[in-house]
Design a protein around this ligand. Structure first.
Ligand code: AMP
Ligand code: ZN
Length: 136
């Protein structure tokens, strides 16, 4: 099996598991942005968020909420980022959908979102209209 997270689900690759149900698993990221960085995954192989069935997505969000509270408590963090990389252009390296839960402390110096600006309000509204049209 080529997918490393499927191998983890099957127990063929070890992990530091923190949570599991019939459909969901959560374990520590092996290269944490911060200690306590957890990955929450569906046990079934879906490549990106776009592929996850709605019911499973609801289960995942419930798990993300519950584990987020637990992580903050466990590492005494004041905040927590939930992040997800989808497709290569967004930095996705493992093609098995996963949420990153990263605990944050005040003044920890981590800058995750370098922001920019729209050139004009018109440009902003044009993009909003394109997205609206694509949603349908
Ligand atoms: P992404 O770039 O969103 O696809 O992130 C993949 C994440 O998986 C990275 O943060 C890796 O550190 C993590 N990772 C890769 N292999 C393992 C593993 N065997 N156990 C735990 N985390 C892993
Ligand atoms: Zn997989």
């Amino acid at each position: 099996m080529a997918c490393i997270f499927c191998e983890i689900v099957q127990g063929r690759i070890p992990c530091a598991q923190v949570y599991a149900t019939d459909t969901i698993m959560a374990f520590l990221d092996i290269a944490p942005v911060r200690p306590g960085h957890v990955l929450v995954i569906p046990k079934a192989h879906y490549p990106t968020i776009e592929d996850i069935p709605t019911d499973l997505g609801n289960e995942l969000l419930t798990a993300v909420q519950r584990i987020s509270v637990a992580i903050r408590r466990a590492v005494d963090a004041q905040g927590l980022n939930v992040m997800m990389n989808n497709h290569r252009a967004a930095g996705q390296l493992v093609d098995h959908a996963h949420f990153h839960l990263i605990p944050r402390h005040e003044h920890d110096g981590l800058q995750l979102w370098p922001q920019s600006a729209y050139q004009t309000p018109e440009q902003m509204h044009k993009i909003a209209d394109s997205i609206k049209a694509a949603i349908g």
